[in-house]
Design a protein. Sequence first.
Lengths: 108, 119
Amino acid sequence: EIVMTQSPATLSVSPGERATLSCRASQSVYSNLAWYQQKPGQAPRLLIYGASTRATGIPARFSGSGSGTEFTLTISSLQSEDFAVYYCQHYNHWPPITFGQGTRLEIK
Amino acid sequence: EVQLVESGGVVVQPGGSLRLSCAASGFTFNDFSMHWVRQPPGKGLEWVSLITWDGGSTYYADSVKGRFTISRDNSKNSLYLQLNSLRTEDTALYYCAKGMVRGAPFDFWGQGTLVTVSS
C-alpha cells in the first residue's frame, strides 16, 4: 500500500498571502495525484488531478506541481473561502487508493 | 448537473447489517466506475470500495474486505454498499463518488450518509 504523508498538519496564513501545502508518497505515483478541498459540513471537492491539471471550475489561483513522490499545492493569494482542509490522494497502481491525512489551512 | 444522493445510514448495533444506496443523475451512469469513501467523525478520508462501470470487477479496502459488498444497478442509476458484521470502527459518514474516465480520481461526490455503530 502506498502511504501518503501531508505536511504541515496545520498551516496558518493571512488572507492575500500564498499558501504552500506538501504531499509525499512512499513510492512513486508518477503524476497520478489529486488534491481535494473539504469545508466543514461539506463533501470533498476535486481541485487538481494529474498532479497539475485544475478540475472544472477551479480558480487559477490553485496550482499543483510535482511528480514521482513529491507534490505541492499552491494557493497564490488566499481568499476567505479557501480556508479549509486539503487532502492529497494517489491513484497509481490501485487498489487501494489512499489519501493523505490532510492539511488544515487556517486564518492567521 | 451531476447529482449523487446517498441514503440508508442509521444507528446499528455491533455485528449488525445495513445497506446504503446512492442515486445518481446528470451523467451516463453506466459509463463510469463508482466508489464508496468514508470519513469517521472529525477524521480523514478512507477509500472503501470500487465497482467498475459494468459491475464486472469490485475492489475493497483491507479493513472491510469480506464484510462489505459493493454493487450497482445500471437500469436504476444506483450504487449500493451492503455492510455486514459491523464494528464500532465502521462509524463514519459514507460518501459515494464518481470516478473519472480511468476510474479515478473522483470528480463528483454526494453529501454522505451517516452510519453509527453503537450498542
